[in-house]
Design a protein around this ligand. Sequence first.
Ligand code: ZN
Length: 344
Amino acid sequence: MCFERTSSMASSAQFLISPVDKERRREKEEKYDLVDYDSLPEFLKHNEFIVNYYRSEWPLKQTVLSVFSIHNETLNIWTHLIGFLVFLALTGYALSIFQFGVGGEPFVGSTTVGNSSSTFVPLQSLLGIGYRSVNFDVIPTALHPVSRWPFYLYLLGAMFCLLMSGACHLLSCHSAKTSYVMLRLDFAGISGLIVSSFYPLVYYPFACNPFIRDLYLSSITIFGAAVVIVSLLPVFDSPQFRPVRAVLFACMAASGIVPIAHKLMAFGHRPEAVLTTVYEAAMLAFYGLGVVVYALRVPERWMPGRFDVAGHSHQLFHVLVVAGAYTHYLASLVYLGWREAEGC
Ligand SMILES: [Zn+2]
């Protein structure tokens, strides 16, 4: 009796299902299997040491939803999405603790504007870093409002890079065309991170020498724009030109050594100059190690198939990129505090 009733309810329910619902149900029930490397189309073949767990040419909806499922890109996506969220939180935190002064110039410090005044708080102590490392025995009493846009530009560049990278890893498996577009956005993101990294690094130490400051900043910006344009050329998509593109990115990042060396020569006596150089050396070490791991494709090269889901080189590369970007964030805070305390 009970069975009969259930069956008749099921059949009447079936009768009521609209074609749209049927289509939805079919989509839900259709299973998109993960495939192995040999089954992939050419545009998805990047690393033969990752043997299995590939998504291949899935519909857009399933591709987007796969952000919550396990495959060989899951950790590549989340390492950079979490990095993006960390930088978003850092931006929110910085915005929340900085006070805003005359003409919208944000700063932390003691000043008097009209009848209102605010109390000086050293930036490093507020942010909990650098303050003990740098000898700020004499807490500055004079305030020098400092433009914060180079600092925020860097945060924006880091967020753009991490978000584009996460999206590229999530969506590229959809189709050759999507992969083409997403890879270009990824290149633009990498260039954006490198170029925006130069802004706090150049703007604050050379704030009192506008010619040098603008020379460095315009040079790296033109260099970055040129690399983005070059990366858009279809010829650079061919396997024989891919190393050229990688070398261009590496040269762009390595050119940061010039303003860092200049800063040390000009301000080597300042503890902030030394501390920021230590951070920058750590940043370059993280990025450099990341590139080496990426290029050598270790550890998966040693045990193909063993690190398909977790532990392969690209995931390690992503973690090292986030670590490098965070180190530069710390350096940027020291730069800000330095210029804010010293002025010109
Ligand atoms: Zn990546």
